[in-house]
Design a protein. Structure first.
Length: 295
């Protein structure tokens, strides 16, 4: 009887292990298939950057039949009389300026909403959150008319000035939620030591907000670096174009399009974003998954 029970138990254990392994194999195969679908456009872009320009469109082969670096030489040489590094500099100005503006304005605004009691605070905060539900396309025309009347079109000001005025409600909300997770006893202790609002914010809370600040910086940098519509609306001269706008210069519907150089520039434009993300991904995960959305 004991032997039979042992045999049955061992058989059940083997069956359970087989089912577990089968589920594991199916899960990993499914994940790999999804990853292949997601990564395919990026791999195709990289491989196309090494193909002759004439082999990119209409060629179903992913792997280049003929390897060439001419596309990168052409991309680094610039287009329309503008150097490639001018496009990079413009993108850096917009991305770094956006990070600085968002960090400065969002942290101060978040402190006001989370720590200062003033009339209408709840209403103002609700209105700010409500702006997140408003599509960007709804305010394009009014914003353009406003900036055009102020003579700011064809400059970086329409793209950077709003960042310094806390118009990005997502980042303010992120930091407000983070501050709400910090105990108010810290404020009271600092106030006993003689600190006012500025001292509490600068000396006590701002150092503790590092996960939220780094998370906001990563998002702001990537979104600004990849922004296409904003620069397309406000920038008119090629020497002011960032990389996303410069990429479209290689496609001409009335003449010959240099798809190879376009793919090469796209790969080069992707490198800074990947490096930025790899260097700070730990802070991104910490800021969002653990403390950034605590409330």
């Amino acid at each position: 009887m004991t032997t039979a029970m042992t045999t049955v138990s061992a058989t059940a254990s083997v069956v359970a292990n087989r089912r577990k392994r089968t589920r594991s194999v199916v899960f990993h195969v499914l994940v790999l298939a999804i990853a292949a679908v997601i990564l395919y456009p990026g791999v195709w872009m990289v491989m196309s950057s090494f193909k002759p320009s004439g082999d990119i469109v209409g060629n179903v082969n992913l792997w280049p039949e003929t390897w060439t670096l001419d596309n990168y030489v052409s991309a680094l040489g610039g287009i329309g009389g503008v150097s490639f590094w001018t496009f990079v500099l413009n993108s850096l100005i917009l991305a770094v300026g956006s990070v600085v503006g968002i960090v400065l304005s969002a942290t101060v605004s978040a402190y006001a909403f989370a720590r200062i009691s003033f009339p209408g605070r709840g209403v103002y905060f609700a209105v700010m959150i409500g702006t997140m539900l408003l599509p960007f396309h709804v305010v394009i025309i009014p914003q353009y008319i406003l900036f055009n009347s102020m003579g700011m079109v064809n400059t970086f000001l329409p793209l950077l000035a709003p960042k310094f005025l806390a118009t990005e409600a997502f980042f303010v909300f992120l930091m407000v939620q983070f501050l709400r997770g910090l105990p108010r006893e810290l404020d009271e202790a600092a106030r006993i030591d003689g600190c006012g609002h500025w001292g509490i914010f600068r000396l006590v809370l701002l150092p503790l907000m590092r996960p939220a600040v780094i998370t906001s910086s990563i998002f702001a940098f990537i979104w600004s670096w990849n922004d296409f519509l904003g620069p397309l609306l406000y920038l008119k001269q090629p020497d002011t174009y960032p990389l996303p706008i410069a990429l479209r210069l290689y496609v001409d519907q009335t003449s010959v399009s240099d798809y190879g150089a376009q793919m090469a520039m796209a790969v080069l434009a992707l490198v800074p974003v990947l490096l930025f993300f790899v260097l700070f991904q730990r802070y991104l995960v910490d800021g969002v998954a653990t403390q950034g959305l605590k409330g």
